[in-house]
Design a protein around this ligand. Structure first.
Ligand SMILES: Cc1ncc(COP(=O)(O)O)c(C=O)c1O
Length: 389
């Protein structure tokens, strides 16, 4: 039986997959089982931040595999301490909780926000405002937080205590913040799965300015925007804002499963022994991958280059007659198409040797952060050919 048939016989069919059996990768290119190469403008949904099997990253991960693969959180490891220390130094946060995915990082943020409020104000102040069209994950609590009905079918009943505000609607925000049960506002600075839509600066400012006097926490879901994706380590830096709680995942460990919940001083004592945990959280191998990613991202000029590459891509795409508009921030790019269906474009690009993503009706690009201009040119040539076909 071939791989696709075997796969489909035994793996639950919860994903629509492209007919590509990926075998290996190197740099910004991967190879299928027939030896055909593809340029990757998707990074495994923003996760392979340094492309495939980056040498220094692979060396660090392999060395850790041969030293200590897992310890559980009953014990300490130097590699987890080092990553926590580095992340706090880079971001200015006080402490971190390590987990294994974006949804789990957001679960942690939700628990921290509710317990912070419970500890200080008692029962009943538990509501978390999230935005219409947001995406926060697939667990029942993070689905409850997600402001998109399309993900809510079948899985009722949901967790109570989530209310949605229309993104960029300050009046709606003000009205919902009147509710005395609100303890936090959670938002993505750029709604990724929702269509690569950047929040207005005025709205983000209003969130911070309206929440602070009421001691309502701000949670930034930077699972997709974080770790250099937008040309800054955190997308909040573009807005001159730092949330009380920020969540990371996707790119943090260069393709290994890791989620991080970062909290400021006032939230750092909220989780106490026994209140939260996860067996694999802070796994030494993922931490070693994370440290290698930070080494590269923190190297001189790296993040400025991310911004420049994003401008280059936009400049090239704007010349294309099929492109109606470009949204996003840094190397998180949404392309509104004039006539073509984004899914057809992605399928056709794959046939021609380029991997891209979609978000709602847009074509979406999340290339590896260390992609070269030559690779960008090669990939864009294919994409523009497909768009102009
Ligand atoms: C902003 C955001 N939050 C949370 C998630 C969920 O992350 P994970 O799939 O790792 O659970 C995603 C995934 O796309 C995301 O983009």
């Amino acid at each position: 039986m071939n791989t696709i048939d075997k796969f489909n016989s035994h793996v639950m069919q919860s994903y629509g997959r492209y007919p590509l059996v990926m075998e290996k990768g190197s740099g910004r290119r991967c190879t299928d089982e027939n030896g055909r190469e593809y340029i990757d403008f998707g990074s495994g949904i923003g996760t392979n931040s340094l492309g495939y099997c980056d040498e220094k990253w692979a060396d660090a991960v392999c060395a850790q595999v041969r030293t200590l693969q897992h310890s559980s959180n009953y014990y300490y490891t130097a590699v987890q301490a080092d990553l926590a220390d580095r992340l706090c130094n880079i971001t200015g946060y006080k402490s971190v909780f390590f987990c294994n995915s974006g949804a789990e990082a957001n679960e942690c943020a939700i628990k921290v926000a509710r317990k912070y409020s419970f500890d200080k104000y008692g029962k009943g102040r538990h509501t978390i405002i999230t935005l219409v069209n947001s995406f926060h994950g697939r667990t029942i609590a993070t689905l409850s937080a997600t402001g998109q009905d399309v993900f809510h079918n079948y899985f009722f009943p949901f967790v109570e205590g989530f209310v949605n505000v229309i993104a960029n609607d300050i009046d709606d925000l003000k009205a919902k913040l009147e509710d005395k049960s609100v303890c936090a506002v959670m938002m993505e600075y750029v709604q990724g799965e929702g269509g690569v839509n950047k929040l207005d600066k005025e709205f983000v400012d209003a969130v911070y300015e309206l929440c602070a006097p009421k001691d309502i926490l701000v949670i930034a879901d930077e699972v997709q925007t974080g770790v250099g994706r937008t040309g800054k380590f955190l997308a909040g830096e573009h807005y001159g804002r730092k949330a009380d709680i920020t969540t990371l995942a996707k790119g943090i460990a260069g393709g290994l499963p890791m989620g991080v919940c970062l909290v400021n001083e006032k939230c750092s004592g909220v989780l106490t022994p026994g209140t939260h945990g996860t067996t694999f959280g802070g796994n030494p191998i993922a931490c070693a991958g994370g440290l290698a990613v930070l080494d590269t991202i923190e190297s001189d000029g790296f993040l400025d280059e991310v911004g420049k590459k994003a401008e280059f891509i936009k400049g090239e795409l704007e010349k294309c007659s099929e492109v109606a508009g470009i949204s996003g921030l840094g190397l998180m790019i949404g392309i509104t198409l004039k006539t073509k269906d984004a899914h057809d474009v992605a399928a056709r690009a794959l046939e021609k040797g380029l991997l891209i993503l979609t978000a709602k009706k847009k074509a979406r690009l999340l290339p590896p952060l260390n992609i070269s201009y030559d690779e960008l040119k090669d990939g864009l040539k294919i994409l523009i050919e497909v768009l102009e076909e």
